[in-house]
Write a protein of this length. Sequence first.
Length: 159
Amino acid sequence: MLESLRQAGRLESWRVFQDKMLLALDGTWYHSSKRSIAPTVLPEHKSGQKTYYHSAVTPVLVAPGHEHAIPLRPEFITPQDGHTKQDCEIAAGKRWLDKNASQYAPLQAILLGDDIYSHQPFCRRTQLQGFDFIFVCKPDSHTTLYNWVNLLQCRSWAP
């Protein structure tokens, strides 16, 4: 689908700063239930009650002035064979990058993401796969960065 949009010239209006495209990554639940719905679904504990859900990292192309997004291939958040830990959004994001970078990096995309992606190993992986990135950094999880920013704001730049 994306290739047919590109060939038809429909993606040019989606280009932004320095002719780049914006590719947003985010995790989402796409089904939930109070009853177990599949053996691979993980329960989330809330006040003693369990909610069972399926989730995925759902990348989409977005652009200012466009009221719609273009969905790309998702990466499902499911337990992986041979792993003892449960799967998570960041692991699924890494898998998505590894599987799809060769297809989407030529779009010259800037990856957008929330605070969960904003750490050095994921940022480095993003760059190695040919993407630029803009990830949110929350003060509670990036205290050193915010300390530096606060110091810079307090400094007088006048000679």
